[in-house]
Design a protein around this ligand. Structure first.
Ligand SMILES: [Zn+2]
Ligand SMILES: [Zn+2]
Length: 375
């Protein structure tokens, strides 16, 4: 069988195509898919845009970075080369003899984390914590060998286990580019606003953006589309503020309306912390109204993040931290996009041809989407 080409992270600022053996059906429940739309997860920009590998390794050694980081992305975090990419829309090329719900030729979303669909955590909706597939911390595409042998999604062919459960068909009429990030960042935004707003209909929403760049924008748009009373988006980047306004939020620079981020002038029922900064997390929590919920979608690598717990006690606040369980929300998310035409593609700031992936994937832009024709 001929080999396949996959995008590999080599080192900070440098990616390249790499050849490897084509994946094969190794279990009757497997499928082989061909991604033709791939988006860059916000988290992927961390090792690409900053030479964090050595720093993080040193940080773990001296206790300044939580050692659990090593369980997710290796004892030497983000050590290249490894196959990168974990948001895609793909076409099914082949299915094993035990696959019943998925057909060859179908267009599907592949969730970023690998899950079985039938274990106890999966049945509870904690699909990214699947007991069957998860070794130490994660089983996922595109994070390197510490998260399993799954490879990246910017590849000619990808093996998907438990295909009947894992692969979620894109509804008829939904443009694949619209749901390019559904397998991770769009689903992450969904859990940060849609679920909390269900319990707080018409609630006010604050999104602190800039770190998890696309997640914050998807969250702002989804909050507007789900009837939030008001949606405020704060970010120092004018381009992202324009996108936030385009999806119906009120945008302002991060410093406006609060003195050095300490004095929140308004309280919100739902807050999304997408700055990936400890100061942003503290601001987010201080911005909560009584009974409010803050979902932190960023990374807080350093130990000693000072969370204002007494403030949380006083406001009866809930803080949600953790990976998104994309597979669990995908059916609702895709049905919503099909029903409403939610224009998630407005968050995309660069659409590049698939062949240009090595250079495009390193671009300093909010949301990159790679595209090629389906077969
Ligand atoms: Zn991701
Ligand atoms: Zn499972």
């Amino acid at each position: 069988m001929p080999g396949v080409r996959e995008l590999a992270f080599i080192r900070s600022g440098h990616l390249a195509w790499r050849d490897r053996d084509a994946p094969t059906l190794s279990d009757p429940g497997d499928a082989i898919v061909r991604p033709f739309v791939a988006a860059r997860c916000d988290g992927d920009t961390l090792p690409i845009h900053r030479p964090v590998s050595r720093l993080m390794q040193a940080g773990i050694a001296v206790g300044a970075v939580d050692p659990v980081v090593g369980c997710i992305c290796g004892r030497v975090p983000f050590k290249g080369p490894f196959a990168i990419g974990h948001e895609c829309v793909a076409q099914v090329l082949d299915v094993g003899s035990g696959v019943q719900n998925v057909r060859v030729g179908q267009t599907v979303v592949v969730p970023w984390a690998v899950s079985c669909g039938s274990c106890e955590p999966c049945r509870r909706g904690l699909t990214s914590k699947c007991a069957t597939t998860t070794g130490r911390t994660l089983a996922a595409y595109g994070f390197g060998p510490a998260s399993g042998p799954w490879g990246g999604m910017v590849a000619d062919a990808v093996r998907v286990p438990f295909a009947d459960h894992m692969l979620v068909p894109v509804p008829v009429g939904v443009p694949p580019l619209r749901v390019a990030a559904a397998g991770d960042n769009l689903a992450d935004a969904w859990r940060s606003v849609v679920t909390p707003l269900r319990d707080r209909p018409g609630g006010s929403v604050l999104v602190i953006g800039g770190g998890a760049q696309s997640i914050g924008l998807y969250a702002a748009g989804l909050a507007v589309a789900h009837g939030a009373g008001v949606v405020h988006y704060v970010d120092d980047d004018p381009g992202r503020r324009r996108i936030a306004e385009a999806v119906g939020a009120h945008a302002r620079p991060a410093q406006a309306g609060s003195r050095r981020g300490r004095t929140a002038t308004r309280r919100y029922d739902v807050v999304v912390e997408a700055s990936s900064r400890a100061a942003g997390l503290r601001r987010a929590i201080r911005s909560l109204a009584s009974g409010g919920v803050c979902t932190a979608v960023g990374y807080y690598l350093a130990t000693g993040t000072r969370v204002p717990v007494m403030r949380m006690y006083a406001t009866d606040a809930t803080l949600r931290v953790g990976v998104s369980h994309a597979r669990a929300v995908l059916p609702d998310l895709l049905a919503f996009v099909a029903r409403t035409g939610f224009p998630a593609e407005r968050v995309t700031t660069l659409t590049a041809p698939w062949a240009d992936a090595p250079s495009a994937y390193a671009a300093r832009t909010t949301k990159l989407v790679l595209q090629r024709d389906p077969v």
